[in-house]
Design a protein around this ligand. Structure first.
Ligand code: ACO
Length: 458
């Protein structure tokens, strides 16, 4: 464990919580734990189980749909203060990493807790470059998808399929196996993503070019045509690098939670990451940047914005996509970096009507009481879609770009979960609200449909 992880381990109980059960009149003293550099305080969910009305009683549970106030783990990877708009990876502010680091440096940092030395970085970059190729059968597998398949479905299935190519990846408690699986996943994700893109476009697959950097190689596999060597636009390369860094991790979000939950069954990391991709696909998570573009297209013109906003506020229309966040309630620090990045990219490719609509939408929403009262601000996805589109990525490919970057965070979260002695298989409780016991009484008059009986008798 790194020093930063060690700094966040638990301290002795900070205080106690006195609880009196009005059902029995009994009083309980629950330890309040303090942990982490920010001194987060919590009570242990299992401590509630001693609160019972009778000996045979199961004990008190806490009810927290959507984990609104439940910490499912201790983590030393990413710190967010949603009220202050702070995001740090392993203690480093996201703004500094976005400005100065490379994506592979950040991927190393997320996993190991410290920035890599030059030797570590060279070896790491070499490993990732060396593993970019995928088995030819994966290519054939991708060719089986329809021309209009959503690239997230393709990516999700192909990462799941990769698991079958590396049966030794199941040895998750062998550090060497974990190392190689992590390198393979990070290395192959851009290749798979680019292959998905080329398949939809009906273009030949472009194999990795090991002379290029991570992001340049990805752009090459996406965009190269007949030229012998692809030369990426440096503004696009840097923009993609920054967007990858911004999306690399975001502590216990829906997809990281999915990776941890599925990984807690001790399945191989390819399968656990597949769960993350599936979670990210949803429009309330990684699918939001795609939805932002669709929303802007639907609005069509700045003159239609007031009516659209009224629809959002009345609840009759859709939500304002790219606005609001479960955690950030002042601003999303990533959105601020992305807005600046958008300026750089748009200076290259020029302003268009959609960008004008986005700017006006943001201006109106930020000055409207409905959004202000609910602390709804642009999130990272509000501008990323516009940047990706300026770089000529199709709309349904945006979430794939997110998935490539988030793989770094998923893997760091997965490994942290695996090595955490306090973790067990994720298995929440439920509050059963269904029927009580009742005797079975069939409502069928025939056990097999008549059509099937006719077929059998023929
Ligand atoms: N547009 C309009 N109203 C909204 C929006 C929105 N984008 N987001 C929240 N609200 C309103 C809700 O209707 C609710 O209003 P009410 O109190 O009058 O009922 C209030 O704000 C609180 O909303 P919740 O749904 O309770 O907030 P929650 O924290 O659960 O949701 C979420 C967060 C899912 C991100 C939400 O803000 C949303 O749907 N945003 C649009 C989708 C989006 O941009 N997602 C990307 C998130 S960032 C990421 O995943 C990388």
């Amino acid at each position: 464990m790194s020093d930063s992880a060690a700094a966040s381990t638990e301290r002795a109980p900070a205080a106690t919580l006195e609880v009196k059960d009005s059902r029995t009149g009994k009083a309980y003293t629950l330890p309040v734990m303090e942990a982490g550099v920010e001194g987060d305080q919590s009570i242990g969910g299992m401590d509630l189980r001693q609160v019972k009305v009778s000996e045979g009683d199961f004990g008190l549970m806490s009810y927290d749909p959507a984990f609104m106030n439940t910490a499912s783990c201790k983590s030393a990877i990413t710190f967010i203060d949603g009220d202050k708009g702070i995001l740090r990876y392993r203690g480093y502010p996201i703004e500094q990493l976005a400005e100065n680091a490379t994506f592979l440096e950040v991927a190393w940092l997320l996993r190991h807790g410290e920035l890599p030395t030059q030797t570590e970085y060279d070896e790491w970059s070499h490993q990732i470059t060396y593993h970019t190729y995928v088995h030819e059968n994966i290519r054939k597998f991708l060719e089986g998808f329809r021309y209009d398949a959503h690239p997230m479905s393709m990516l999700c299935s192909s990462v799941a399929a990769l698991s079958s190519f590396y049966p030794r990846a199941k040895n998750i408690f062998d550090e060497d196996e974990r190392n190689i699986s992590i390198s393979r996943l990070l290395a192959k994700m851009p290749t798979l993503a680019a292959f998905c893109y080329r398949h939809i476009k009906g273009l030949p697959f472009i194999y990795p070019d090991n002379d290029l950097s991570y992001t340049e190689n990805f752009l090459s596999m996406v965009a190269r045509m007949s030229e012998p060597k692809y030369e990426a636009n440096p503004v696009f390369t840097r923009a993609l690098e920054i967007l990858f860094i911004l999306h690399a991790d975001h502590e216990q979000n829906c997809s990281a939670n999915a990776v941890r939950a599925v990984g807690s069954s001790h399945v191989d990391p390819f399968s656990a990451v597949t769960a993350g991709i599936a979670a990210l696909y949803g429009p309330l998570h990684g699918g939001a940047n795609e939805q932002v573009l669709r929303m802007i297209t639907e609005i069509g013109d700045t003159k239609n914005i007031p009516a659209f906003i009224e629809g959002v506020k009345s609840g009759k229309g859709s939500r304002l996509m790219g606005f609001g966040h479960r955690v950030y309630k002042s601003f999303d620090p990533r959105a601020q970096i992305v807005k600046k990045l958008a300026d750089d990219v748009f200076r290259q490719v020029g302003m268009d009507k959609d960008l004008e609509i986005a700017l006006e939408l943001e201006r109106i929403a930020l000055s409207d009481d409905y959004f202000r009262e609910r602390k709804l601000y642009p999130n990272v996805d509000f501008y990323t879609g516009l940047i990706y589109r300026s770089m000529a990525f199709p709309t349904d490919f945006f979430t794939v770009l997110f998935a490539v970057a988030r793989t770094a965070g998923w893997l760091a979260q997965w490994e942290e979960m695996l090595l955490d002695k306090e973790q067990k298989i994720a298995r929440p409780r439920q509050i059963y609200i269904g029927k009580g016991e009742r005797p079975y009484q069939s409502r069928l008059t025939e056990r097999f449909p008549q059509s099937r009986k006719d077929a059998v008798s023929k």
